[in-house]
Ligand binder design. Structure first.
Ligand code: FEO
Length: 167
């Protein structure tokens, strides 16, 4: 049902989502080591959400009877200069994921692959949310990072995040 090219791009996207999960887990570990367990929780949940994204692409390939080929996941960075840098990297990463999804969509459109284009619409919307949240969090961490009381409250706030498994 879908071309080899589209299938290859989606197989690559599975690895990209899994890499994102590893990257956010690494960010979670960084905050955990700094005793900012709420922010660590935020990135831990984000990491799990990325695995759900990978699953969604995996299931799509299975649904259209395409071969699923799992790729190697590179080691993510684990050193960051400060908290704001972590959130900046998270936003940059989301932008790169958006670009990658747009690229699959462009190829699907070029091939009149309506099934894949429709499937990808969920991710187009999701990436709008992902970038907006990452951008907001970056703005917030910049506001609070030099103020221990404010940082404490921000950490408490992010500790409330739970995984939405209905995606
Ligand atoms: Fe799977 Fe955060 O994009």
């Amino acid at each position: 049902m879908i071309s080899k090219k589209i299938a290859a791009l989606i197989n690559e996207q599975i690895a990209k989502e899994q890499y994102a999960a590893q990257y956010y887990l690494s960010m979670s570990a960084w905050f955990s080591a700094k005793d900012l367990d709420g922010i660590a929780n935020y990135f831990r949940v984000q990491s799990k959400e990325e695995l759900l994204h990978a699953d969604k692409f995996f299931d799509y390939l299975a649904d259209v009877d395409s071969e699923i080929i799992l790729n190697e996941i590179p080691k993510p960075p684990h050193k960051f200069s400060d908290a704001a840098e972590v959130f900046k990297k998270a936003l940059e990463h989301e932008k790169s994921v958006t670009k990658s999804i747009f690229n699959i969509l462009k190829n699907a459109n070029d091939e009149n692959d309506f099934a894949t284009a429709t499937f990808l619409q969920w991710f187009v919307n999701e990436q709008v949310e992902e970038e907006a949240t990452a951008s907001l969090m970056l703005a917030k961490i910049k506001m609070v990072s030099d103020n221990p009381s404010a940082l404490y409250l921000f950490d408490q706030e992010l500790g409330q995040r739970t995984l939405n498994t209905t995606i």
